[in-house]
Each structure stands twice: as C-alpha cells, then as structure tokens.
Design a protein around this ligand. Structure first.
Ligand code: CO
Ligand code: CO
Length: 314
C-alpha cells in the first residue's frame, strides 16, 4: 500500500482511480484501462474502449483532461484497421473534452486498446467508493447485460438490433451522470465494469464498511439479455465473478441461476452506481434527467448491518 500526504485516494480502497493533490485547488485523477475487441467493428471498439477508460475519471467525480493511447496490435493486420480503432478513441475523447496527446503501440498477436487518462478534481470533492453511508439509496445509470450480449455476438447468435442497442449504451459517456451527481453532492460512487454489479458493489461495501441490499427485479437489464441467458450464453468472466462474490452475497432462495449470473455479468463501459442520502435521491434523479441520462433507477440501499455483505432480494 502506497501512502503520501498528497495521495488523497490510493490503491487501498480498490477505488476506480488514484487522486493526487497538486495544491489546495487542484488534484489530478490518474487511471488506465484497456482490453481486447468486443465487437467486429474496429471504430466501435475504439469508441467503447475510450468511453470505458474515461469512466473511471467520471466515477471519481472528475473531468478528463488528457489521455495516452495504449495499443497492442498484430503487425500483419491492416494498418487502416488500427487507424479506425484510434479514430474511434479520438472521437469519443473529443466528446468528453479530453485530448489524446500520444501513446505507445506494441506488436501483439491479440489486439488491445485503451487509454491512460489524467483528470482534474478539486481536492476534497473526489468521490470515493469507500464512503457509502447506512440509509443511502443506490442509483444505477445504465442497464446491465453487455457481457452476455457481446459473448452472444462472438457466438454469432445476438440479433443485430440487440447488439446495436448494447453498443450505443457502452459508447455512452458517464459524463452526464457524473456532472449530475456532482451538482447534487452524493456519498459514494463506482462504475460497473469487469467485476459486474455484485463485484463492484462488494468493493463499495467493503471500502465503506457497510452492507447493501439489491432488489433484483428493479435492476435495469438490456433488451435481449434474457433470451441469450435462456440459450446459456454466459461469458467466462461472469462465472468467475459469481464464484468470486460467493462469500459475500446472500441470494434470495427463489432467484434462479440465470438471475444470479446476470447480477454478476462482467460489464464493459457500464453505468455509475451512486450511493446518495435518501433526502437527495429525488434531486439526483431529476439532475440525471436534466443531464440526459436515460437510465436512472433505484436498485437498492445501504445498511449498517451485514458489513461487507450484499443481500439480493427477489
Ligand atoms: Co472503475
Ligand atoms: Co477501470
């Protein structure tokens, strides 16, 4: 564990990004993320990877400032294919008001792309995943199920319109959601990515030393996900996530295996999970609407009891 007087958020809370204070008005947020292609379209891959990388800055309540490309690409693949990936990244970063100012590419049999992002926040305003308070309400800002849909895509069975909708959701920046939560003032936030809703919420409960309740029927789900689950389309990462949270999740007995797996589905560029005081939740929901955030759903609450544990109700 690294510690320093100006390191406001380090790696001890499993937070989305680190926060380092430069002076009393300015702190930088630093983060890195990259992954392998999730759809066949190189431009789309670049867009989603960039949105996903920028998300960790938004989850901390910050504004992305500059970023560097991180690229692994097979030398024999067409150069313009890499050009399309990078173009997608540049376009999405531009939408975020973030400049991509360089990067590094290595020869790699399996393509990989992402960004290392530097963002800005006023010291003390940073939003950690480790400050959820008992009685808080949990609000989620994107539907889940992208892991199942993209796995179905790799198997050739996800319908085109279902995939297109999921791509639009993954490509959506968490900018509006972050700006809304910062206008309201909330207690804690994390973005939902590879560890799924359960894994990232577990990080929040552990970091905050609280428990949580999730109402499974309230959790927003992308169209097409249930059909794919019926066909047993589940990414390997989702099974790993489910095993990984086994020791800290109490499932209602009536929940099916499919429902449980969905709660653990590995997300790409998922939404923000925001923990907000009960008396501010209406304000948060209306600010999210003003920011154009389409999904804004109360999915559960934070409890004093069952520290580090999640109860999932049916
Ligand atoms: Co994150
Ligand atoms: Co991340």
């Amino acid at each position: 564990m690294v510690s320093h007087p100006d390191l406001l958020v380090g790696n001890d809370t499993g937070d989305d990004a680190a926060v380092y204070r430069l002076d009393k008005n300015t702190a930088i947020i630093v983060t890195v993320d990259f992954f392998t292609p999730i759809t066949d379209d190189p431009y789309e891959f670049g867009v989603i990877a960039a949105a996903n990388s920028l998300s960790d800055v938004y989850a901390m309540g910050g504004k992305p400032l500059v970023a560097l490309n991180i690229v692994g690409f097979p030398a024999e693949l067409a150069v313009d294919m890499l050009g399309d990936v990078l173009k997608g990244g540049y376009d999405k970063a531009a939408e975020a008001g973030c400049l991509i100012v360089g990067g590094h590419t290595v020869d790699d049999a399996e393509p990989k792309y992402g960004l290392s992002v530097v963002g800005l926040i006023e010291p003390g305003k940073e939003v950690s995943n480790a400050n959820a308070q008992p009685g808080d309400v949990l609000v989620l800002t994107k539907p889940i199920g992208t892991g199942i849909i993209t796995t179905g895509c790799k198997q050739g069975i996800t319908p085109d319109d279902i995939l297109k909708n999921a791509v639009d959701v993954m490509a959506t920046l968490n900018k509006g959601a972050a700006e809304a939560m910062m206008r309201v003032g909330i207690n804690s936030c994390t973005d939902i990515t590879g560890f799924g809703l359960m894994g990232h919420l577990r990080g929040m409960t552990r970091g905050s030393k609280v428990g949580a309740i999730i109402n499974a029927p309230d959790v927003p789900v992308l169209p097409g996900v249930w059909d794919l689950l019926e066909k047993n389309v589940v990414p390997g990462g989702t099974f790993r996530n489910m095993n990984g949270v086994e020791d800290s999740v109490d499932w209602d007995e009536s929940l099916t295996d499919q429902q449980r797996l969905l709660m653990c589905d590995a997300q790409t560029s998922g939404g923000l999970l925001i923990s907000v005081t009960k008396d501010k939740v209406e304000k948060l929901l209306s600010e999210l609407e003003i920011s154009g955030v389409e999904t804004r759903v109360i999915v559960g609450e934070i409890t004093a009891e069952n520290s580090g544990r999640i109860l999932v109700k049916a």
